[in-house]
Design a protein around this ligand. Structure first.
Ligand code: SF4
Ligand code: SF4
Length: 398
C-alpha cells in the first residue's frame, strides 16, 4: 500500500529543473536523470515492479535534485527506495565490505600499519580491481592506530566538570580514520564551557543504504535513536555531529528512507557549526587568534541539502585574518562508496572535474570542507590538503 507521506512524486510539476542540476545526468548518457528515474517512473513501478528501469542505479544519492526541486519532491529518496525495493538482490563481497564500516574500522585500526601499507601498494590495488571491482586509481583513506572512543576514555572524567553537556555523534571516520577531528570537536565544545558525552553509537547507516542493506541500516538507526535519546539529560541538550552525511542520516534518512521514528531526537540534532554559531549569538563567544591563511571552502551536497552550509561559511568568517574563498557549489563526485566502484568510477571522476578545476584556479593555501569523503576525493585529485572547519577553529582558539 502507498503511504500518504510517500506520494511526494505526485507533486512533480514536470519543470525538469532537477535534471539540469543532477551532476550525474550532466556527464553521462547512461543516466536519464532524476525526473525520469524518480517521479516519472515511480507510477509505473508502483503499478508493475517489472517495469523497473535499471538505469536508476547510476544515481549517487547526492541529493542535489532535491535542493533544486521547487515542489519538494523527495526525488533521491524515491530513487533510493526503488533501488532496494524493486531491484534483484545480489550478494557482492565488495559491497558487503564497503558498507561494514564498524567491522572494517575495528580490523583496520588494530592492524593499521599493515593495512595502510598494503592498501597503497600497486600490486594489491591491481588485485582489488580485478577481483573486487574496486578501481585501482582510487586512493584509500588511512586507518588510525587507535580509535577516537579509546582516546575519549582518557578525557571522559574531565567532561563532568561542566554543568552543561553536548552529545557528540562522532561517526566512523572520526573513530577509525581521523580521531584528531574528534579531539578538535572536544576542544571547541569545552572552550564553549560545555562537556562532551559520547554514546555507544553504531555507523549512521549511510554506507549500508548506499549498498542496499536496508534492514541492517534500519537496525543501526533504531539502535542510534535509542542510545542517543537515552543519553539526553533534558529536551534542550543538543546532539551534534561534525559529519554532514551522519547528520543528514540522523535527521532525514531515518524517517524518510528507513521509515524510522526519530521524533525522540529530531529536535536536538544540530550540525556542529550551527550549534557553535547559536552559542556565539547567545554571547558565548570564543576568543580566536588570527589565522593568516587563504582557504577555499567547498560545501558538501548533503550539508547543502540540510541548508547548513551557510552556518559553516559564517563561522569561518569569524576567524580573524582568514581569507575565505567560497567555491561555486559543485558535487565532488565521490558520493560515499559510489566512487569506490569500477562501474561508477569514471562518472565519479567526471562529476568532480569542475570542482577540481575551480580549486586549482582559486590557488588557496588549503581547502576547507565538512565532509570526509569530499576530503578524500579532493586530496586525490588536486595538490591541496583538505581541513575540516572545526579543526581550523580549534587551531584559532587562544
Ligand atoms: S524539479 Fe521537482 S517538480 Fe521539477 S521535474 Fe524535478 S521532481 Fe518534478
Ligand atoms: S541524488 Fe544526485 S545523482 Fe541522484 S538524481 Fe538526484 S542529483 Fe542526480
Amino acid at each position: 500500500m502507498i503511504k500518504l507521506e510517500n506520494i511526494s512524486f505526485d507533486h512533480c510539476i514536470k519543470c525538469t529543473v532537477c535534471t539540469i542540476y543532477c551532476p550525474v545526468a550532466r556527464v553521462t548518457h547512461l543516466y536519464p536523470g532524476p525526473k525520469q528515474s524518480g517521479p516519472d517512473t515511480e507510477r509505473l513501478r508502483i503499478k508493475n515492479p517489472e517495469l523497473l528501469d535499471v538505469s536508476l542505479k547510476y544515481c549517487s544519492n547526492c541529493k542535489r535534485c532535491e535542493i533544486a526541486c521547487p515542489s519538494d519532491v523527495k526525488i533521491a529518496d524515491i530513487i533510493q527506495t526503488a533501488k532496494w525495493r524493486y531491484s534483484k538482490k545480489e550478494l557482492r563481497i565488495r559491497d558487503f565490505l564497503l558498507s561494514r564500516t564498524d567491522l572494517m574500522g575495528t580490523f583496520g585500526t588494530l592492524f593499521s600499519a599493515i593495512v595502510n601499507f598494503f592498501t597503497h601498494l600497486g600490486m594489491v590495488k591491481y588485485f582489488l580491481d580485478v577481483i573486487f571491482k574496486i578501481p585501482s586509481g582510487r586512493t584509500f583513506p588511512n586507518y588510525a592506530s587507535g580509535t577516537f572512543t579509546k582516546w575519549f576514555k582518557s578525557v571522559r572524567k574531565y567532561q563532568d566538570n561542566y554543568a552543561d553537556k553536548v552529545i557528540y555523534f562522532h561517526g566512523c571516520y572520526v573513530n577509525y580514520n581521523y580521531p584528531q577531528l574528534g579531539k578538535d570537536v572536544v576542544k571547541v565544545v569545552n572552550a564553549l564551557g560545555k562537556g562532551v558525552i559520547i554514546t555507544k553509537e553504531k555507523c549512521c547507516g549511510v554506507p549500508l543504504i548506499a549498498n542496499g542493506y536496508i534492514k541492517k541500516a534500519q537496525s543501526h538507526g533504531r539502535h542510534n535513536i535509542k542510545v542517543l535519546s537515552s543519553a539526553l539529560p533534558d529536551d534542550k541538550t543538543k546532539i551534534v555531529s561534525a559529519s554532514s552525511s551522519c547528520t543528514l542520516a540522523l535527521k532525514h534518512e531515518y524517517p524518510n528512507l528507513l521509515e524510522l521514528d526519530n521524533s525522540p531526537i529530531i529536535n536536538n540534532i544540530t550540525y556542529i557549526t550551527q550549534f557553535i554559531l547559536e552559542e556565539f549569538e547567545k554571547g558565548n563567544i570564543l576568543r580566536l587568534k588570527p589565522l593568516s591563511y587563504t582557504v577555499a571552502y567547498h560545501s558538501p551536497c548533503h550539508l547543502e541539502r540540510m541548508g547548513s552550509a551557510a552556518f559553516t561559511i559564517e563561522l569561518l568568517r569569524k576567524i580573524p585574518a582568514l581569507t575565505v574563498k567560497i567555491l561555486h557549489s559543485e558535487c565532488c563526485g565521490i558520493s560515499g562508496t559510489y566512487g569506490f566502484k569500477n562501474e561508477y568510477y569514471g562518472i565519479s571522476q567526471s562529476v568532480g572535474n569542475e570542482l577540481f578545476r575551480i580549486i586549482d584556479e582559486a590557488k588557496p593555501d588549503f581547502v576547507v570542507t565538512d565532509c570526509e569523503t569530499c576530503k578524500w576525493q579532493i586530496e586525490m585529485n588536486t595538490k591541496y590538503k583538505v581541513i575540516h572547519p572545526i579543526s581550523l577553529l580549534a587551531e584559532a582558539i587562544e
